[in-house]
Design a protein around this ligand. Structure first.
Ligand SMILES: [Mg+2]
Length: 157
């Protein structure tokens, strides 16, 4: 049984859409991204959309008693604030236990392990939902359930 689930944000919970120089784009270089976040602040994710299949997956995990977290890599305060705003605007209050941000993808597993230990939860009762294969594989190697976003389906409405 999964007791703690951690959802990546960019490309997992959130479909990226950013308005740059008159065009909607799905991503940009790291350098351009930092400048974009600084310029747009909390509104950086204004045009991004939640991914329905992933939201549904999180809802089901909650129904089964799991705590669900957002666990995202963010390198600046602008980006952290923007991610918090996206979650506030797209999910009911309290849906996610917490929005956690780490500086590097490699910091995600230590954060999961730390929370699991605090909560008295075994690694195999934790799940990481991600779109970055390397991070999914690292979770699996650590004994955590690693779910790539492409493994999640929902029935079309
Ligand atoms: Mg991602």
């Amino acid at each position: 049984m999964i007791r703690l689930a951690f959802f990546d944000m960019d490309g997992t919970l959130c479909a990226p859409r950013f308005y740059v120089n008159g065009k909607m784009v799905g991503g940009m270089s790291d350098e351009a991204w930092h400048a974009f976040c600084e310029k747009n602040g909390e509104d950086t994710y204004r045009f991004c959309k939640p991914v329905p299949s992933v939201t549904e997956y999180a809802r089901k995990l909650r129904e089964c008693g799991a705590k669900v977290y957002v666990l995202s890599t963010s390198q600046t305060k602008y980006e952290c604030d923007a991610k918090n705003k996206f979650v506030r605007q797209n999910y009911p209050a309290g849906f996610f236990t917490e929005v956690l941000t780490v500086e590097h993808d490699a910091d995600k597993l230590p954060v999961i392990r730390e929370i699991a230990e605090k909560e008295g939860v075994r690694p195999e009762e934790c799940e990481l939902i991600e779109d970055t294969y390397a991070t999914v594989l690292a979770a699996i190697v650590a004994g955590i359930r690693g779910t790539h976003v492409s493994m999640i389906y929902c029935d079309a409405e």
